[in-house]
Ligand binder design. Structure first.
Ligand code: NAD
Length: 327
């Protein structure tokens, strides 16, 4: 029998792609999601328990009844500016929610966890590309919540209570190759999604925040990773743990950066729409460049991405945007 996996946040953008990847590999999947920002239509495999991480009773009952071999934990709030304005909301959901999950897992004898971390833990990096050994210096509450959870996981692992893999995602983009799922949040804030929505006429213009960064064209550089390659990284991380592997932390990116203007050029080419762009001032707390040193996950898990191509990523987002259900 294939292993049973509990996925928190499996109705969300990245979680739903991981559910799909796990389901296609034959895992039995149960999604636990409050639907605060996720959608039931996004769950292509297994079933859904609508529940909140903050509801420790339902969480423990769900884990106790299901007895998963491991938990893949995506559920969190993810909007950086909102975390600056409402830090308590972020600490409660992302930190307290994860501690509830760890308590429920312990109560039920489940000890393997994959955690969605973020490049936000690095803050403004001293060196690019960024290796996993770089200091964690988050510059906003969202990044702090991820770093705090990583510390808790390290401590629990050291105490022998869990084994975990923490995946530090860089900029996640794109959509399912068959076009069935993609970014579903009406208020999504990521560049490629916004470019696709602007090209589709759903937004009047695309803002570029800052043109005077110390980069070749003055705009910020980011490492964009296709959501399906990221989903596959979760499958490999899970297999590592299920085969008895120890705790690990990996960057998830391609090790290659594109500027905002390069993304816009790709989006105009792929969509064939010369959409309006508005140049604005810098936003607070945007590092000039975030690019992963992504050697480690390739070497240790044998991760071998299939969609390391900006135009392919943008094309997926664009095709998805044209059929995305509205809520
Ligand atoms: N999108 C990115 O580029 C990116 C980058 C780095 C890290 N991450 C991390 O990846 C994870 C998933 O991000 P996403 O873009 O898919 O976000 P998302 O908002 O689409 O998905 C999050 C899911 O978690 C659920 N959820 C939130 N709080 C919950 C709670 N208390 N109880 C139960 N369910 C809850 C939501 O309903 C949603 O389905 C998050 O942990 C995020 O911090 C995302």
């Amino acid at each position: 029998m294939t292993a049973k996996i509990l996925v928190t946040g499996g109705a969300g953008y990245i979680g739903s792609h991981a559910v799909k990847a796990l389901g296609e590999k034959g895992y039995q999947v149960l999604t636990y999601d409050s639907l605060v920002s996720g959608h039931p239509w996004a769950i292509l495999f297994g079933s859904l328990v609508v529940g909140d991480l903050l509801d420790g009773k339902t969480l423990a009952e769900t884990i106790g009844d299901y007895q998963p071999a491991a938990v893949v934990h995506f559920a969190a709030h993810i909007v950086v500016p909102e975390s600056v304005a409402s830090p308590l909301k972020y600490y409660v959901n992302n930190v307290q929610g994860t501690l509830n999950l760890l308590s429920a897992m312990r109560k039920c004898g489940v000890s393997k966890l994959i955690f969605s971390s973020s490049a936000a833990v690095y803050g403004v990096p001293e060196r690019v590309p960024i290796s996993e050994a770089a200091p964690l210096q988050p510059i906003n509450p969202y990044g702090h919540t991820k770093a705090v959870v990583e510390q808790a996981l390290e401590d629990l692992s050291f105490a022998g209570e869990i084994s975990y893999v923490s995946l530090r995602y860089f900029n996640v983009a794109g959509a399912d190759r068959e076009g069935r799922i993609g970014e579903g949040k009406e208020d999504a804030t990521h560049l490629i999604t916004l470019a696709a929505r602007t090209a589709a006429g759903k937004r009047p213009f695309l803002s570029v925040f800052g043109t005077d960064y110390p980069t070749p064209d003055g705009t910020c550089i980011r490492d964009y990773i296709h959501v399906e390659d990221l989903a596959e990284a979760h499958v490999l991380a899970l297999e590592h743990l299920l085969q008895g592997g120890g705790s690990e932390v990996f960057n998830c990116g391609y090790g290659k950066g594109y500027s905002v203007l390069e993304v816009i050029e790709a989006a105009k080419k792929v969509t064939g729409v010369n959409f309006p762009v508005k140049y604005e001032g810098r936003r607070l707390g945007d590092p000039p460049a975030l690019v992963a040193d992504a050697q480690r996950i390739r070497a240790k898990l044998g991760w071998s991405p299939l969609a390391d191509d900006l135009e392919q990523i943008v094309d997926g987002a664009w095709r998805w945007e044209q059929k995305r259900p509205r809520r």
